[in-house]
Ligand binder design. Sequence first.
Ligand code: 1GP
Length: 254
Amino acid sequence: MKLRWDEITHVTKADPAKDLPPDLGVLDRTDAVMVGGSDGVTAENTLDTIRAIKRRFPEKPVLQEPYSSSHVSTDTMEAADHLAVPAVYNGDREHFVGKHVDLFTEVGSKPEEVLGTGLPVLGDLIASKGLDAVSRMTNEIVGEGYVVQNPASTAADVTGADEPYTGEEVAGAALATEAFYGFPVFYLEYSGTYGGPDDVEAAATHLDDTVLLYGGGIDGERRTREILDAGADAVVVGDCFHDDPARFLETIPS
Ligand code: 1GP
């Protein structure tokens, strides 16, 4: 499934470690779902979440967003449409380079080199499906240039993002995403708190082809509108989806 970012203004972030709302019908008008969290995530609970969403909405794009390759299994790869992989600019080295090289070391290894090495999960995929699996994996990966702007969040804790970027640095990270790293997505992550439009405006100045996602504290139409008007392509809504489904519906642009 090819992602049509030009048709996506609202993304729901479903945390596999949390309960889903009793009625998944609230997802009807969201444009895509990301499945991932920062605490208590496993390949098993990720798979359950992806499958529950796909059962109800087979045509809705679902991206798995892991923070460790241990969350990715042959089954999650089969169930999700894409693998969104964050590269955190203001985090520690593991979350910009280390984990990604580990991931692609697995993806790029020949089956006979992977078998029996104890490398988890992805080796099995390649061993069972051959080198087609490598090209499939690489086609389905969506790299995300990430800035974590709420140092009190679990996301910041996990990724070592202790220092939020200044507006100038946010603009620089956006420019680097588009002009240097070439990730298709730049993600401003305020997880759990509302960051307002300033960083969005700073980032949007430098982005033509790169999709600008904003997540954090979106709890109604006013904030969705403010962030989209500031230049984001889409808002990402997490907490509200799990905590207050009625309010969540109000975050979806009409
Ligand atoms: C978290 O960006 C998302 O990864 C959404 O943030 O949970 O604050 O909505 P909230």
